[in-house]
Design a protein around this ligand. Structure first.
Ligand SMILES: Nc1ncnc2c1ncn2[C@@H]1O[C@H](COP(=O)(O)OP(=O)(O)OP(=O)(O)O)[C@@H](O)[C@H]1O
Ligand SMILES: [Mg+2]
Length: 342
């Protein structure tokens, strides 16, 4: 029996699992629905369907927040259910090996929590390694991290933006911001409430964002959104304007751009000159926003390339790390120091 080797990207909005030799075997929302205290009734996309609609006795939870584990018990239940589902298609996981991508800019205790999570799951892995998310992300984005010159990588995901300066296979500077697509959605919902007196749900806000946000041109476009009128308390439909949505998203993007500038100011000059020569790469699901490259280019003066399938660059990079011996050393077992930290 061949060894089962897996890579995991614990995204705040979606959990992605790759199996060596097979490809992406799981890509669903990182959500769990629990009835009562601990009766799991749904996970993944099925649980997400219940989000915002469930009665009080059902908890629908995203156990990851801002790139780290917010609810360990929910995360463990979710992961165990995913492994159970996967073992139906892939056979038992005994003796399996796992490599997990964790953000760079979280504490060692938070990194250890990801390790302990998989270690204590029902699969009881034989071998477990960690890789810094920006390294996997860069490889997935086509940056040759081992030989490359200095590179600036910005992953705009769902609940985080991770800004990283990479050079010679390592991370020189990194910052994880608690800003991503979820915060864009919240800003849109707040703006719609203020302008139209309409309360919209998070899924509606995300739909409006995907439909209208566009920084490549001035647009008069609108889209319909259903919500609750604050004045009458009744359901109502309104036409939402692209200008309002762009402005709400822009406020968050400006905060990200401000942080990119700060990172650049702290970047050692030799690496900074590589970055200015090569430009920056943007990944993550939120990099799909139309005209994002033009906006960031105009405000930073750097050339910007956006990855196709930005939500999958981390898991793509993990694929390369697991399949290409040249990258194998980038994944490491847990450092002793993680256990010594108080
Ligand atoms: N076309 C689009 N336009 C705007 N946003 C989009 C589009 N497609 C996806 N997104 C956003 O991308 C985000 C999901 O991205 P991704 O899968 O990279 O997140 P994640 O890895 O789960 O989260 P994180 O990395 O923050 O932990 C969501 O907020 C989603 O709304
Ligand atoms: Mg991510």
């Amino acid at each position: 029996m061949s060894t089962k080797i897996f890579g995991i990207d614990f995204g705040t909005s979606s959990l992605k699992i790759y199996r060596k030799g097979e490809g992406l075997v799981y890509d669903q929302k990182s959500v769990i629905a629990i009835k009562g205290k601990n009766n799991v009734i749904a996970i993944g996309n099925e649980a997400f369907e219940m989000y915002g609609k469930s009665p009080e006795y059902i908890t629908v939870d995203f156990p990851l927040k801002h790139g780290a584990i917010a609810s360990l018990s929910h995360m463990l239940s979710l992961l165990n259910c995913v492994f159970l589902d996967l073992s139906r298609q892939h056979g038992k996981f005994r003796g399996a090996e796992f490599t997990i991508a964790t953000p760079y800019d979280i504490t060692e205790v938070e990194k250890r929590a990801f390790y302990d999570l998989v270690d204590s799951s029902i699969v009881r892995p034989k071998k477990l390694r960690l890789v810094e998310k920006p390294i996997a992300d860069a490889i997935g984005a086509g940056i040759d991290v081992n030989n490359s010159q200095g590179a600036l990588l910005v992953n705009i995901g769902a609940d985080t933006t991770e800004i990283s300066i990479l050079s010679m296979g390592g991370i020189v500077l990194g910052k994880l911001l608690p800003i991503g697509g979820n915060q864009f959605d919240d800003a849109i919902a707040a703006a719609v409430r203020k302008k139209y007196n309409l309360v919209i749900g998070q899924k509606t806000a995300e739909y409006v964002k995907r439909t209208l946000t566009d920084f490549s041109r001035e647009t008069e476009r609108t889209c319909k959104a259903y919500g609750r009128d604050i004045v009458t308390g009744l359901p109502r439909e309104r036409e939402i304007s692209a200008a309002l949505v762009n402005q709400a998203v822009l406020e968050n993007l400006n905060a990200i751009i401000e942080n990119i500038r700060t990172i650049l100011e702290r970047t050692p000059p030799e690496i900074a000159s590589d970055v200015f020569a090569n430009g920056m790469t943007i990944t993550g699901g939120s990099s799909a926003i139309a005209g994002l490259d033009q906006l960031v280019q105009a405000t930073t003066g750097l050339r910007v390339s956006i990855c196709q399938k930005g939500a999958l660059t981390v898991i793509e990079g993990l694929t390369h790390i697991l399949e290409d011996p040249e990258y194998d050393a980038l994944a490491q077992p847990l450092k002793e120091s993680y256990y010594n930290e108080k």
